[in-house]
Design a protein around this ligand. Sequence first.
Ligand code: NAD
Length: 260
Amino acid sequence: ILKGKTALVTGSTSGIGLGIGLGIATTLAEAGADVLLNGFGDAATALAAVDRHGTKVRHHGADLGQPDQIAAMMDFAAQEFGGVDILVNNAGIQHVAPIDAFPVERWDAVLTLNLSAAFHTIRLALPYMKSRNWGRIVNIASVHGLVASADKSAYVAAKHGLIGLSKTVALETARTGVTCNAICPGWVKTPLVEQQIAARARAQGIAVETAEAALLAEKQPSGAFVTPAQLGALALFLCSDAAAEVRGAAWNMDGGWTAQ
Ligand code: NAD
């Protein structure tokens, strides 16, 4: 259903079955989209995973903390693909610390990547989308865009901000064929969360498996992780014609986290 469309998925190099971005990129490629990947680390593995669906796949290694590199990535997308029809703002980082011990440079880094990067990609992608009167912007927020947890001030602030940004863009594009929505995952077992599980195991002197079970029990009533493939399917739905009037939504997929 996405043949002829180009999707840019930021932060999509985290590994097969591991990162949310690569899961979404793979699902969109399976649906026929050409894909521009972005992120650090092992780009070759990510490219190989997506490059199995007969669609065009490229990678750009822009550091999304640098607006000039974001602009270079959008120029690259225009040259290679003509433009970006589907923009998935997925790259994100976490830092866990109480606010009075929160390193100032980590606050800045979390806000820059999790919120400001989406401002830049959206402002640069929109003119092309509007010119085609079709576009899909999917911002990967979090349950932490809807509710808070202690010790995550920067992340919670950035994700609440990202949902606000999504709603604003949805209003500004409401009379066009461009939609903008946010997805709010609960725990997904990615490197970002594995770091938190390892930190909990270290701090409490418990096994990693025990820490993992405790992490889920604390917040996620299902007791199961959400998967990148499930999030890919939701992103694909938001890209479909059926979702043309889903505008400004903050859609949770969280094992019941925010129902409590
Ligand atoms: P991850 O750590 O597995 O992957 C992050 C990706 O972002 C990687 O590809 C990395 O290379 C890239 N990246 C990091 N810094 C970058 C930068 N400066 N410029 C460009 N790319 C950069 O993370 P994940 O768990 O897959 O998270 C993806 C998104 O989903 C994030 O926005 C995260 O906040 C959100 N999220 C994750 C969970 C979860 O439980 N894992 C839950 C809710 C929301």
